[in-house]
Write a protein that binds this ligand. Structure first.
Ligand SMILES: NC(=O)c1ccc[n+]([C@@H]2O[C@H](COP(=O)([O-])OP(=O)(O)OC[C@H]3O[C@@H](n4cnc5c(N)ncnc54)[C@H](OP(=O)(O)O)[C@@H]3O)[C@@H](O)[C@H]2O)c1
Length: 266
C-alpha cells in the first residue's frame, strides 16, 4: 500500500491504524498522523511506531488521506493541509458531513469517500458503509476497502442511503446495549443477583450474535425457531414480544434515527 496519512489520531484513527498494522496491510513507517492541541498523535506514534507531522505537512507524500477528526473541526483544518489534498484520495469518517461539503473543502482531490463507521469498529468488529465521488478505479476501491476494513466489514452504498445506514448500523449498537440493559433488569426482577443478571444478559447477547456470525446462511428467524419448541418457555416469552409489537417499535426507532440524520445533514 502507498503511504497514507491520518488527520486526527483519536479513537477511530487509532483503531484504523492498529487494525491496518495488525493485518500487515502497511508498515508503520508508511503511516503519518497529526492531531490537534492534545497529545493523541504523539501517543499513537509511541504505541505503534507511525510518524507524526504537523497538520500542514501531514499529507505530503501520502496517496490516501483519512479525515478522522471531529466533524465540527473540519472548518478549522489547516488551509495548507486542504491544498495538499490535490490529486490524492480522501476518506472522511466525519459523521454527517456530505460529499458536497467534503468536495468543497478538497475540490481537486482525485477521489472523495464519505464513510459511516460504527462504534464496534473501535475493536475491529464494526460495519462501515461508504459512498464515493467519483466512482473509484479498481485500485482505489481496493485500497479504500482495505483501509476501512481495518474497522470490520465494509459495504458500498449510494450517498442517499447513508441516513438510513446511520439509523441502522450507526445508532444500532445503542439499541443493542439498551436491549441488554433491559434484559439485565428483567433478570433482576425475577430475583437473580445483580452480578448474575448482568453476566446472563451480556453473555446471551454475545452468544446469540456469535451464533449468527458463525452461520451467515441461517436467518435470524430460523435461529429463533431453533430455540422455540411448541408450548415451551421461549414461545411463551416471544408471544409477549409479538403482542407488544417489538418489530413495529424497532421500525419506528430506525425511522426516527434516519429522519434525525437527514435533519442534521440538511
Ligand atoms: N467513535 C465512533 O465510534 C465513531 C462512529 C462513527 C463516526 N465517527 C466519526 O469519527 C470521527 C473521529 O471520532 P473519534 O471518536 O475518533 O474522535 P476523537 O477521539 O475525539 O479524535 C479526534 C481527533 O482529531 C484531532 N484533531 C482535533 N482538531 C484537529 C485539527 N484542527 N487538525 C487535525 N486534527 C485535529 C484530535 O487531536 P487532539 O485530541 O490531540 O487535539 C483527535 O486526535 C468523528 O468525525 C466522528 O464523527 C466516530
Amino acid at each position: 500500500m502507498k503511504p497514507i496519512a491520518f488527520v486526527g489520531a483519536g479513537r477511530m484513527a487509532s483503531a484504523m491504524v492498529e487494525g491496518l498494522l495488525r493485518a500487515q496491510e502497511i508498515a508503520p513507517d508508511r503511516i503519518t498522523v497529526c492531531g490537534g492541541p492534545d497529545p493523541t498523535a504523539r501517543e499513537l506514534s509511541e504505541r505503534t511506531g507511525v510518524s507524526v507531522a504537523e497538520p500542514a505537512t501531514v499529507a505530503e507524500g501520502a496517496d490516501f488521506v483519512i479525515l478522522a477528526c471531529k466533524p465540527q473541526q473540519l472548518p478549522d483544518l489547516d488551509p495548507a493541509l486542504l491544498a495538499a489534498l490535490e490529486c490524492k484520495a480522501v476518506i472522511s469518517i466525519l459523521a454527517g458531513v456530505p460529499l458536497r461539503k467534503l468536495r468543497a473543502a478538497a475540490p481537486r482531490a482525485r477521489l472523495i469517500v464519505r464513510a459511516m463507521p460504527n462504534t464496534p469498529g473501535q475493536i475491529g468488529a464494526g460495519i462501515t458503509a461508504f459512498a464515493a465521488d467519483p466512482e473509484p478505479t479498481e485500485e482505489d476501491a481496493r485500497v479504500t476497502t482495505a483501509i476501512l476494513g481495518a474497522l470490520g466489514e465494509t459495504v458500498a452504498v449510494d450517498e442517499a442511503d447513508l441516513d438510513a445506514v446511520t439509523g441502522v448500523s450507526g445508532s444500532g449498537p445503542a439499541y443493542v446495549f439498551e436491549f441488554t440493559a433491559a434484559l439485565r433488569e428483567a433478570a433482576r426482577a425475577q430475583g437473580l443477583a445483580p452480578d448474575v443478571a448482568d453476566r446472563l444478559a451480556r453473555a446471551t447477547v454475545l452468544g446469540a450474535a456469535k451464533l449468527m456470525h458463525a452461520a451467515p446462511e441461517v436467518t435470524p428467524e430460523e435461529q429463533r425457531d431453533r430455540v422455540t419448541s411448541p408450548g415451551g418457555t421461549t414461545e411463551a416469552g416471544l408471544r409477549v414480544l409479538a403482542a407488544r409489537d417489538l418489530r413495529r417499535t424497532l421500525h419506528e426507532t430506525v425511522a426516527a434515527a434516519t429522519r434525525r440524520s437527514r435533519e442534521l445533514g440538511s
